[in-house]
Design a protein around this ligand. Structure first.
Ligand code: CP
Ligand code: NVA
Length: 306
């Protein structure tokens, strides 16, 4: 099932600004139940998970089914990739069976390699470098609760990780203000910052400075998947970076709190923030479903953009 004109989604900048806006409009129609087409009828999505997942796995699987298609969950225990079969060979073979491949893995270069050798669309379900599907969901959540991201200040508090890097990508494409408070040594990817940092993105050390007047306060775990052995060291480095009520009080009154989940209450976020009135994390998790359905409808189902 090869398609010479297929597109991948490995990173937010794979779409232009108008395309991103149009994609999120489609996702919004899906959220509101206004989209009932089945563009994936007779089509299959292979989902390769080299890391754990709750939201990504369930939302892609359910989303594929809701669009009329079928999804296959492939863990390293199930597929030969886990025993060392080359990524390029896996890409070529899967492309003969399925209409799209979603992959969550460690090195971003593995996703790029998969995309290079696959003849069907490849979707990045998280790498050590980026988490673009989550940022699409976060943007939809911002639109849902604040009306727009235009002119808003987004604050990132904590690790300059895959989420932070994808936020920088989004700021670069959409032009909102992004202030990231990261401890020294935990800045976002230097290449991403150098390429896309520009005038809209600022990295600071003081969480209160980032939170001041912000419309969105966003954080994530201090040790991402694959960094578990650094947990103790990171707890020391990230002391003072917990998003608590005091930090939230520096943001705009109408500010919302986002976290991609899973969360550690009492570490990167206080329980009374994530479970409090400004938290939108459950809508944010739900929005994974809608944005990924929009993505698959466009990439795999010939749904036009814009
Ligand atoms: N936010 C997110 O990607 O969650 P999972 O790791 O559960 O997929
Ligand atoms: N930064 C986190 C995100 C989890 C969805 C990780 O990579 O583990």
């Amino acid at each position: 099932m090869s398609d010479a004109t297929h597109r991948d989604f490995l990173a937010i900048p794979d779409f232009t600004r108008p395309e991103l806006i149009s994609l999120l409009d489609l996702a919004e129609r899906m959220r509101k139940g206004e989209y009932t087409a089945k563009p994936l009828a007779g089509k299959s999505l292979a989902m390769i998970f080299m890391k754990s997942s709750t939201r990504t796995r369930v939302s892609f699987e359910v989303g594929t089914w809701q669009l009329g298609g079928h999804a296959l969950f492939l863990s390293p225990r199930d597929v030969q990739l886990g025993r060392g079969e080359p990524i390029a060979d896996t890409a070529r073979v899967l492309s003969r069976y399925v209409d799209g491949i979603m992959i969550r893995t460690f090195a971003h270069s593995e996703v790029e390699e998969l995309a290079r050798f696959a003849s069907v669309p490849v979707i990045n379900g998280l790498t050590d470098l980026l988490h673009p599907c989550q940022i699409l969901a976060d943007l939809l959540t911002v639109k849902q609760h604040l009306g727009t991201w235009e002119g808003k200040k987004i604050a990132w508090i904590g690790d300059g990780n895959n989420m932070a890097n994808s936020w920088i990508n989004a700021s670069y494409r959409l032009g909102f203000q992004l202030v990231l408070a990261c401890p020294e040594g935990y800045d976002p990817d230097p290449a991403t910052l150098a390429r896309e940092g520009g005038k809209n993105v600022k990295v600071v050390r003081d969480p209160a400075e980032a939170a001041k007047g912000a419309d969105v306060i966003n954080t994530d775990v201090w040790a991402s998947m694959g960094q578990e052995e650094e947990q103790a060291k990171r707890e020391v480095a990230f002391a003072g970076y917990e998003v608590d009520k005091k930090l939230m009080s520096g943001a705009n009154k109408s500010a919302i709190f986002l976290h991609c989940l899973p969360a550690h209450r009492g570490e990167e976020v206080a329980a009374d923030v994530i479970d409090g009135p400004q938290s939108r994390v459950w809508d944010e998790a739900e929005n994974r479903l809608h944005v990924q359905k929009a993505l698959m409808a466009v990439l795999m189902g010939n749904e036009p953009l814009g």
